[in-house]
Design a protein around this ligand. Structure first.
Ligand SMILES: [Zn+2]
Ligand SMILES: [Zn+2]
Length: 353
């Protein structure tokens, strides 16, 4: 990297406090294996909203944001960083990157559970005074660390469609991978938010028959446009599904998902990411029905690759671009978060720094 770059970032100082846009001059050469990216568009994920509203404990001050697409503006001269496909990254590459940074050496990484690395760091979820300032997407620039899965985003995918790839799309790809083969299977999707409609489109493209359950009528009609064969406000105790994808996080929906499975069925839970009541399952049904219940958290590099490939190949067939609102400027980030809270019909608010 040559010359000096001024980066601006939205600092989050804690629940109930406004964001503060600050700037920093980047004059030092990039450290080995680090990549500097100019953020073109970031989207506000539900978990950013949970953080700001105090529904989950998050370190602060911090730079939030972990769904974004950007352009590489600096690579280390000493040790260039590689994309997931093994090719060196270069200035000008359009990229998305994983939410997590893994060490690659600890016992969990060695076992193939890099998404749960013992030394895990997460974009948009780090204290600023920890030696890593530009760690989130709500900024003009983000510094990518070694151990990040970086994937090039094909030019035909618009920014608004590409932004959610690194959280929503990759998480759904991981959920579907855990669900096993989908062709010809009857699949229940619980929750028609960003993850739910993405899962609906991905499962429909995999030739599944997808039934989407959501209490909100607007979201049900959205799910139809993403390939749902049927939609419902609720389902009874019918054992008629081969796969149940639980993306809403509702304990009731978790119970329904397991009850809805027929023999050999598989429930994949990805929505339950905050404390909820314990759920009731009937172990005899699990035993006699040969059922499997799997959990998915974070995701693997190959899931981000699969998510990007899906968007590149199929985004034109589904109204992904309509899910994202018009971009707010970085200094209007408080308005973006307020809109995310007050306009749930827009599944993602965007920030264009
Ligand atoms: Zn590790
Ligand atoms: Zn997220």
């Amino acid at each position: 990297m040559t010359g000096s770059i001024t980066a601006r970032y939205a600092r989050w100082d804690g629940v109930g406090r406004p964001f503060c846009v600050a700037s920093t001059s980047l004059t030092e050469p990039l450290r080995p294996g680090h990549v500097l990216v100019a953020v073109d568009l970031a989207t506000v994920c539900g978990s950013d909203l949970h953080t700001v509203l105090g529904h989950r404990v998050s370190p602060c001050p911090s730079v939030l944001g972990h769904e974004q697409v950007g352009t590489v503006v600096g690579v280390s001269d000493e040790e260039p960083s590689l994309a997931v496909d093994g090719t060196p990254l270069a200035v000008g590459d359009r990229v998305v990157w994983s939410v997590t940074v893994s060490c690659g050496r600890c016992a969990l990484c060695e076992r193939g559970l890099r998404q749960k690395c013992r030394g895990l760091r997460k974009y948009g979820h780090e204290r600023i005074d920890d030696g890593w300032l530009l760690s989130g997407g709500f900024a003009t620039h983000c510094e990518l660390l070694p151990g990040t899965a970086i994937v090039r985003m094909p030019a035909q995918v618009p920014d608004a469609v590409a932004g959610p790839a690194s959280c929503a799309t990759a998480t759904v790809a991981c959920t579907l991978a855990a669900a096993g083969p989908l062709a010809g299977r009857r699949v229940l999707v619980s929750g028609a938010g960003m993850l739910g409609v993405t899962a609906t489109a991905m499962a429909a493209e995999a030739d599944a028959e997808v039934v989407v359950v959501d209490p909100d009528a607007r979201r049900r009609s959205l799910a139809r446009r993403f390939g749902a064969a049927e939609v419902a406000g609720s389902i009874g105790g019918t054992e008629s599904f081969d796969v149940a994808l639980e993306l809403s996080g509702s304990p009731d929906a978790v119970e329904t998902s397991v009850r809805a499975l027929r023999t050999g069925g598989r429930a994949v839970l990805a929505g339950s990411v905050s404390a909820g009541r314990p759920v009731a399952v009937d172990p005899e049904r699990i035993v006699r029905g040969l059922l499997t219940i799997a959990g998915v958290h974070n995701y693997r590099a190959q899931d981000l690759v699969a998510g990007v490939r899906f968007l590149a190949e199929h985004h034109g067939r589904y109204p992904f671009a309509e899910l994202v609102g018009r971009g707010h400027r970085l200094d209007r980030i408080d308005a973006a978060l307020a809109a995310a809270r007050s306009s749930p019909e827009v599944l993602r608010q965007a920030i264009t720094p």
